[in-house]
Design a protein around this ligand. Structure first.
Ligand code: RFL
Ligand code: PHB
Length: 390
């Protein structure tokens, strides 16, 4: 096969890149390790920055989003005895949107199908070759086990944290930074109306809890647990009891319902640089992971791809390589900002260390409630910067 852009991974980053390139008249081929059903069913992120919404609209996948996404003007920060609203709209005139990653993926998959674009699902043995040359190529086996090869002008690794693309950057030029956290999240999806109008991020003696949502009838929750936590030890009753305890505030009750999904998620920060080597580019989780406390993972992937699609269009469409040459540096500025914010939210809200750490966390939370400057810092980071000013 011959194409302009060979894309590895059909998560949000890969699907969106193919869609944006298509709208600029640049052909691509996508390969994906999992089945389409598996990709469509993964429950992950839920919060979109308004910039992300703008990019999705510009990509032609904004219709369903415009009708069903729910705009949120802020979040609650909570600690024992206090539930404090940080009102982004009042502070800086910006907001965020609740729209599940499953919905974003479904919209992008429908758009790809409508465009008749080539996607190979259930591929194996993916190899990335000769990215230092003018003839980079990808080898793989298709779902029938047939060996295939894609020759492309450029290859983009959108294959997430466990994909092979990152390793195709020689160890001599690749640099990584990593932090693992001494806790994990137990994520829960439940068929019950949210018990709150805004997301609640709660500091608690027993550990962090988050009340999020997916729709007027579906709630999403997270509980801080140990990294090695055995999910079998978390009965539905135990989950509801822990959520009620950690989210408790006088005069408020948590509605309960049927739990439809639960899983334990590891927490880490990871950055790989450069995000371009020769004719190989990395985007999304393939290059960086943030802990989910700041709700940045999906938004960062979308921002990378928005910058990259424009750079590749200029290069492959008009012969101007300047933006492609600047891609890694441009993307990494936003990545490091989000990495800092996600680390900060994570360390402020999760129980770790000793009582001294706990008192520092509470002092920081009170500071946000008392100071417009401190609250504005949170609001600007949470709602995200525009693509151009990152
Ligand atoms: P994805 O979504 O991981 O997609 C990568 C795709 O590449 C495929 N792949 C391969 N394809 C071909 N050949 C190979 N050898 C391949 N190896 C892998 C994979 O099957 C997959 O389809 O990365 P992308 O597109 O960069 O999108 C990033 C977002 O998905 C991610 O940042 C967020 O979902 C992170 N994240 C969360 N972020 C939040 O903001 N809030 C959350 O609540 C939240 N929950 C999560 C998450 C990430 C999770 N993972 C990755 C463990 C929960 C989970 C479980
Ligand atoms: C979610 O709804 O999945 C969600 C919301 C906010 C976060 C992380 C995850 O910070």
């Amino acid at each position: 096969m011959r194409t302009r852009v060979g894309i590895i991974g059909a998560g949000p980053a890969g699907l969106l890149l193919a869609q944006l390139l298509d709208r600029s008249g640049i052909e691509s081929v996508l390969i994906e390790r999992q089945s389409a059903e598996h990709v469509a069913g993964r429950i992950r992120a839920g919060i979109l920055e308004s910039t992300t919404v703008d990019v999705l609209r510009a990509a032609g996948v904004g219709d369903r989003l415009a009708h069903t996404a729910i705009e949120h003007r802020g979040i609650y920060l909570q600690w024992p005895g206090t539930r404090h609203q940080v009102d982004f709209a009042d502070l800086i005139g910006r907001s965020v949107w609740v729209y599940g990653q499953t919905e974003v993926t479904a919209d992008l998959m429908a758009a790809r199908a409508a465009a008749g674009q080539r996607i190979h699902y259930k591929v194996t043995d993916v190899g990335v070759h000769e990215v230092d040359s003018d003839r980079p190529h990808i080898t793989f086996r298709d779902e029938h086990g047939v060996a295939r090869r894609i020759d492309a002008d450029v290859i983009v690794g959108c294959d997430g944290f466990h994909g092979p693309s990152r390793q195709a950057i020689p160890a001599s030029v690749r640099r990584t930074w990593e932090r693992t956290y001494p806790f994990a999240w137990l994520g829960v999806l439940a068929e019950v109306a949210p018990s709150t109008d805004e997301l609640i991020y709660a500091w608690h003696e027993d550990g962090f809890a988050l009340h999020s949502m997916r729709s007027p009838a579906v709630s999403r929750f997270y509980l801080q647990v140990r990294p090695e936590e055995d999910i079998a030890e978390w009965s539905d009753d135990r989950i509801w009891a822990a959520l009620a305890e950690r989210l408790h505030i006088d005069g408020w009750t948590l509605r309960t319902g049927t739990i439809t999904e639960k899983s334990v998620l590891p927490m880490r920060s990871h950055v790989t640089a450069p995000m371009r080597h020769g004719r190989l580019f990395l985007a999304g989780d393939a290059a960086h992971i943030v802990p989910p406390t700041g709700a940045k993972g999906l938004n960062l992937a979308v921002a990378d791809v928005a910058v990259l699609a424009e750079a590749l269009t200029a290069w492959l469409g008009a012969g101007d390589e300047r933006a492609a040459a600047a891609y890694s540096a441009t993307a990494l500025r936003r990545v490091w900002r989000a990495t800092h914010f996600s680390w900060w939210m994570t360390t402020m809200l999760h129980r770790h260390g000793d009582d001294f750490d706990g008192e520092l966390q509470l002092a920081q939370l009170r500071r946000i409630a008392q100071s417009t400057h401190a609250a504005t810092e949170l609001a600007e980071n949470y709602t995200g910067t525009s693509i151009e000013t990152a």
